[in-house]
Design a binder for this molecule. Structure first.
Ligand SMILES: [Zn+2]
Length: 71
């Protein structure tokens, strides 16, 4: 089960939905008017996963070395 946020860009009204996010759900939500102001400006972007680790590129190691050399 995921939770994602629906946000109205017109009045900044937002609320959370619980379920499985999908492109179909997104379009269904965004095709409806805002329950608060009635504008068709709802957006429900795909929830981003909080724990996403990017692998370090291999070339980053060479830059981590100290540039100055004793001697
Ligand atoms: Zn609104």
């Amino acid at each position: 089960m995921n939770a994602w946020t629906v946000c109205c860009e017109s009045c900044d009204h937002r609320w959370n939905l619980v379920g499985t996010w999908s492109e179909y759900e997104r379009q269904a939500i965004e095709s409806r008017p805002c329950p608060r102001c009635g504008a068709y400006t709802l957006s429900s972007p795909e929830p981003t996963k909080a724990t996403r680790h990017k692998p370090r590129p291999s070339w980053a190691k060479s830059y981590a070395r100290p540039a100055l050399q004793a001697g």
